[in-house]
Ligand binder design. Structure first.
Ligand SMILES: Cc1cc2nc3c(=O)[nH]c(=O)nc-3n(C[C@H](O)[C@H](O)[C@H](O)COP(=O)(O)O)c2cc1C
Length: 209
């Protein structure tokens, strides 16, 4: 089994990376892998609402990292969204990528139910606001949100501040990793015994009707 972690930081080895690594270490103890994809080190185009993804095999007309992620997803058993706080929200490139990933795939239709978690890191304030933003993507995608013993937030301006001074954030990530490993193993053990729900075609009731 393996988990895909999308790191929305501009710093490939920053605080977000180290928070995700703590989760990865717990998963590794249970022989579960984790791959990190850095989303946002380069600029990412936003959704232009052309709706070509509806007739384009659920891929985006911007043929960039988002289409790569769409092709990668079937290989994975779980998802982590992690990012720093930028002005009380998630960084712009990460929002651009997640908007397009969710829209093109019609909310990851057919991929879930699978476990997923959101992690946000900041120097001082805004981690909960940004966490709510990330949760919004998980909430609409038929995913099983995994939590920890506290909100999945970490504090630090740079990795050493987080790792050396935010003992609670470090432990929160470790517990998140343990919980995610456990859920993955429970789901694996249920295969062939408890079928996933049979979903009917999604109903859409636009509010102008
Ligand atoms: C453009 C920008 C805006 C930021 N805004 C906030 C903020 O609103 N609140 C905060 O606590 N930290 C803010 N920070 C600090 C980062 O969230 C913090 O340093 C974080 O740990 C960086 O994570 P990373 O190393 O994974 O990129 C901001 C940083 C940048 C570059």
């Amino acid at each position: 089994m393996k988990v895909l972690a999308l790191n929305g930081s501009q710093n490939p080895k920053g605080v977000t990376y180290h928070a995700i690594q703590l989760v990865a270490e717990e998963l590794a103890k249970e022989n579960i892998g984790l791959d990190i994809v850095h989303v946002g080190v380069k600029a990412v185009a936003g959704c232009i609402d052309c709706r070509k993804c509806r007739t384009n095999g659920h891929h985006c007309i911007h043929d960039d990292i988002v289409n790569k992620l769409i092709d990668m997803l079937p290989e994975y058993d779980g998802l982590i969204l992690g990012c720093p706080v930028h002005y009380m929200g998630i960084p712009g490139p990460f929002k651009a990528a997640l908007d397009r990933l969710l829209y093109a795939t019609e909310h990851l239709e057919g991929w879930g139910p699978k476990p997923a978690a959101a992690i946000t890191v900041c120097r001082r304030a805004g981690a909960i606001d940004a966490s709510h933003q990330l949760q919004n993507y998980l909430n609409c995608a038929n995913l099983l949100t995994v939590n920890s013993q506290y909100w999945n937030v970490c504090f630090g301006w740079k990795p050493n501040e987080f790792l050396e001074q935010d003992a609670e954030g470090v432990q929160t990530m470790q517990v998140l990793g343990k919980n995610m490993a456990w859920i993955l193993k429970v789901l694996e053990a249920s295969k062939g015994k408890i079928p996933v729900p049979a979903y009917e075609k999604r109903v859409r009731a636009n509010f102008c009707r």
